[in-house]
Design a protein around this ligand. Structure first.
Ligand SMILES: NC(=O)c1ccc[n+]([C@@H]2O[C@H](COP(=O)([O-])OP(=O)(O)OC[C@H]3O[C@@H](n4cnc5c(N)ncnc54)[C@H](O)[C@@H]3O)[C@@H](O)[C@H]2O)c1
Length: 344
């Protein structure tokens, strides 16, 4: 079988990319990279790449590599993606696509100019429950979706307080850009990416600052955000997210869609990362609850990326969609800072 020769940069979340490439018949895992030599050696022993690099520039220059996954701190997404694209590589970039929409625009334009694939790792779309609900929607189960809400709250779940996640200049933001990005994309994808026209947002950082001060660690981003988005087809979306909140559940993820012919719900179970999905059909005015069926065959984001490259088709999580999400994130932050609605 024809294979895509891949490299993975960054061995935190990038370890998952490497595992999926290792297990994917359409991928040949050529190399992995991390500045942390200990981490690099540990992951290499697990995924068995042919080579390892400590400098991403060297992996990008490797002529045997066709495509790269970039799983670096957010501040490095744009510069490393641009370098990889310019070297002729296809790129799967972790979420958020960039620090802001300006950076994302440059990435999308460069991929287009060079005819390379740019995919965003919106891996929540690949969950069986997400796939099942999308399949039901594509079959017409919901009709016109006029309202949605998408939520991801945590009781106490700030990623590495004091590290790059909690410093604005390295992350571009807090809970909103980190977790909110997933729930925004999931809802938008299920709604078929309607065109946003206005955004109102609020952000807070009370608990992060409190915890940071207590431990002497830097925290200058949001730990809770909420927003309301209107679309040009009349639909609207409410979103909420937090890394830390005085609430009940360790993890609380919840995406609900309200359509004329039916509704849908995806939520996590047992405060963890298992999910369930439901479809609520409008049958003669009554609501009938169903469990949507998961379409086959299943694929990982990495397999999808490789298949898109091999077949010359667009991946299902495009750079353009990543850019739409970045524009929404920028607008939510702008609205939160100004106190006003932002028109797009
Ligand atoms: N899709 C998801 O579900 C998901 C989950 C977690 C993280 N992420 C995203 O993945 C990205 C990385 O997050 P993480 O949690 O893995 O962070 P992390 O800090 O755990 O890992 C980043 C890795 O990059 C390495 N690194 C940093 N600078 C480097 C450089 N110049 N050259 C080579 N290696 C370098 C670090 O040593 C580290 O091992 C972020 O954008 C994050 O938003 C996505």
């Amino acid at each position: 079988m024809e294979q895509v020769r891949v490299g993975v940069i960054g061995m935190g979340m990038g370890r998952n990319h490497a595992v999926h490439y290792r297990d994917c018949p359409e991928a040949d895992l050529v190399a992995i990279c991390d500045v942390d030599e200990g981490r690099l050696a540990e992951k290499a022993a697990e995924v068995h790449p042919r080579r390892t690099y400590t400098r991403y520039e060297d992996l990008i220059a490797d002529p045997e590599i066709d495509a790269v996954s970039i799983a670096l701190p957010n501040v490095l997404h744009a510069p490393v993606t641009l370098q990889a694209l310019e070297a002729g590589k296809h790129v799967m970039c972790e979420k958020p696509l960039a620090m802001n929409a300006g950076e994302a625009e440059g990435m999308v334009a460069t991929a287009r100019r060079l005819g390379r694939t740019l995919m965003v790792h919106f891996n929540v779309r690949f969950n069986p429950t997400s796939q099942a609900v999308k399949h039901a929607i594509d079959q017409g189960a919901l009709g016109h979706i006029y309202y949605a809400r998408s939520v991801w709250h945590r009781k106490r779940g700030i990623p590495r307080l004091g590290g790059w996640f909690t410093q604005q200049q390295l992350s571009g933001g807090g809970a909103l850009i980190d977790l909110g990005v997933h729930r925004l994309d999931l809802a938008l994808w299920l709604m078929d990416y309607p065109k946003p026209v206005s955004v109102t947002g609020v952000t807070y950082g009370h608990l992060g600052k409190q915890l940071g001060d207590r431990e002497g660690k830097e925290f200058d981003v949001d730990d809770l955000a909420a927003g309301f988005i209107r679309f040009d087809n009349g639909a609207s979306l409410t979103m909420e997210t937090s890394w830390a909140s005085n609430s009940e559940k360790r993890e609380d993820q919840w995406t609900q869609l309200f359509g004329i012919d039916g509704g849908a719900l995806i939520r996590n179970l047992h405060e963890g990362y298992d999910f369930e999905a439901r479809i609520f059909r409008n049958v003669d005015g009554e609501v009938v609850t169903e469990e949507p069926h998961v379409p086959e065959p299943r694929e990982t984001a990495q397999q999808h990326f490789c298949r898109a490259i091999l077949s010359g088709t667009e991946p299902m999580a495009t750079g353009e969609q990543g850019l739409v999400v970045m524009r929404l994130l920028d607008a939510l932050y702008e609205s939160a800072a100004s106190g006003y609605e932002v028109r797009l």
